[in-house]
Design a protein. Structure first.
Length: 172
C-alpha cells in the first residue's frame, strides 16, 4: 500500500518502507480511541528501543480529520512515521483497514488499535499482495508478550530486559 504522510507531505509505500528492516509493526490508530491511548507510549518505547536492531514502526491514522491526527501525533511526541488512509468516520466501512481486519476476525466496530507485523524477508517483491501470512493483534498489546515477540523476531531472544533498583539490567 501507499498512503499520504501525516507530516512533511509526500507518500510512503509500505514495501519500500520495509526494505532493510527485520520486522515492521504497522499500527492502525484513531486519535479519539481510548484503546490507542492505552498503547501509544508502549509503541513509542518499542520504536525507540529497537529501531537500531531492525524494528520499524509505522502508524496509519484512521477515521478523523488530518489536522486532529497531526495534533494527536504531536501531543503523543511520536517519532515513528505515520500516514493516513481515511480522514472521516463516515469512511469506516470503505477502508482497506476495515476489510483486512474483519477478514482477520476483528469484530470491533472501529478496530483501533490494530497491529500487523510484517517480516520484510518474507514479503513478495511485487504485486498487490505484500504477504500471504502475517501476525496480527486485534486490539491492545499485552506488553510483555509483545516485547518478547519483537525481540524474538529481531534475533535478540525472547527474554525482556528489566532494570533493577541497582540500575543494572537483568535478563529475566
Amino acid at each position: 500500500w501507499t498512503y499520504k504522510n501525516l507530516k512533511g507531505g509526500g507518500e510512503t509505500n509500505l514495501r519500500q518502507f520495509a526494505r532493510g528492516k527485520k520486522l515492521v509493526m504497522v499500527v492502525y490508530w484513531a486519535p479519539w480511541c481510548p484503546n490507542w491511548r492505552h498503547d501509544v507510549a508502549f509503541v513509542q518505547e518499542m520504536h525507540s528501543k529497537y529501531a537500531k536492531d531492525g524494528l520499524a514502526v509505522i502508524g496509519v491514522g484512521e477515521y478523523d480529520p488530518v489536522d486532529r491526527m497531526k495534533q494527536s501525533y504531536e501531543q503523543s511526541k511520536l517519532t515513528f512515521p505515520s500516514v493516513y488512509e481515511s480522514a472521516a468516520s463516515s469512511e469506516r466501512l470503505t477502508t482497506v483497514h476495515y476489510a483486512q481486519r474483519t477478514a482477520a476476525g476483528d469484530t470491533r466496530k472501529w478496530g483501533s488499535p490494530w497491529y500487523v507485523f510484517l517480516e520484510p524477508s518474507k514479503l513478495s517483491s511485487e504485486g498487490e499482495v505484500l504477504a500471504s501470512k502475517v501476525a496480527v493483534v486485534n486490539g491492545e498489546l499485552i506488553r510483555p508478550e509483545a516485547e518478547k515477540f519483537i525481540r524474538a523476531k529481531l534475533g535478540l531472544g525472547g527474554a525482556v530486559a528489566t532494570a533493577e533498583k541497582t540500575g543494572e539490567i537483568e535478563v529475566c
